[in-house]
Design a protein around this ligand. Structure first.
Ligand code: SAM
Length: 270
């Protein structure tokens, strides 16, 4: 296996997906979207398959799921975790979704839309892959409004402390390498993009959950989170700095759990 793939496996999203609140925020969408009449479903950005499993729990016997992700290492994990004839996994990206599938009933894109650079282009691609009346469902906790009142200082301190830890160890972040993941949109901006792409104006809802220190440590060990929080830093050094930075931020602020909002949205294609 090449070095990048080994790194991606070591810093996988999987540990974070085992926390109960993560199932809760994803089931919110799955329960609204999967069911009778929805037979061709795309799990876009399926990653190691946590959402695919939830979809399978609610799937009609005749229905089929296509899990799509750009990461081969995440797909390998999904393929070994899920052995169902109702599911097929393929490598691909949201930017050219309509070249991979067409006339589907639902596109579920969970915990990934914030990673996309050109969100308008991707939402238009998703619209092209759906038939009229089909649904596009997405959620994210990286948006303008994710921080619950009184917690902004905690999130800021976590990164400030992590950068401080890196400096103590002779490393630094690359300020010009700021990731697209950090560009937070507001719920209204997401709704506007859906309308522009050919969806009815969706209702965007917020679900508030409590993040435990263990779950924060797990997200701080995920490759894409490390790249977003500490651009340009090697993953192992970044994960260690985020772990120590988290300890210091929790100590500073006295939080034992940190509340956070998830944005949840289901849009219907016109
Ligand atoms: C945080 S994980 C979420 C995985 C899964 N949807 C879940 O909620 O458990 C984000 C996933 O989005 C994928 N991803 C990143 N950019 C993408 C893109 N442009 N199109 C599709 N998937 C993308 C990543 O490879 C990663 O597997």
């Amino acid at each position: 296996m090449v070095h990048a793939e080994v790194e991606a496996q070591r810093f996988s999203f999987e540990a974070f997906t085992r926390h109960p609140f993560f199932t809760e925020v994803n089931r919110w969408i799955v329960d609204r979207v999967i069911g009778p009449g929805r037979e061709r479903i795309v799990d876009l950005g399926c990653g190691p398959g946590a959402v695919t499993k939830l979809i399978l729990e609610r799937l009609d016997p005749a229905a089929r799921v296509i899990g799509i992700d750009p990461s081969e290492s995440a797909l390998a994990r999904a393929r070994s975790a899920i052995r169902s004839r109702a599911v097929e996994f393929m490598q691909g990206s949201a930017e050219w979704l309509s070249r991979l599938v067409s006339s589907v009933d639902a596109v579920v894109f969970l915990n990934a839309i914030h990673l996309v650079r050109d969100k308008a282009q991707v939402i238009a691609e998703i619209r092209k892959a759906l038939h009229p009346g089909g649904v596009f469902a997405f959620n994210t906790t990286f948006f303008n409004g994710a921080y619950v009142e009184g917690t902004t200082g905690f999130w800021r301190r976590w990164v400030v402390h992590a950068v401080q830890v890196l400096r103590e160890r002779g490393l630094d972040i690359q300020r010009d390498a700021k990731a697209a993941a950090r560009q937070f949109l507001s719920p209204d901006e997401y709704a506007d993009l859906c309308v522009q792409a050919g969806f009815e104006r969706p209702k965007v809802e917020l679900v508030r959950i409590e993040m435990t220190p263990e779950s924060l440590e797990d997200i701080g060990h995920f490759s894409l989170f490390i790249e977003g929080a500490l651009p340009g830093v090697p993953l192992a050094a970044g994960a260690d700095a985020l772990k120590e930075g988290l300890r210091r931020a929790l100590e500073d602020t006295g939080f034992t759990k940190v509340p956070r909002n998830w944005l949840e949205c289901v849009a219907t294609a016109v």
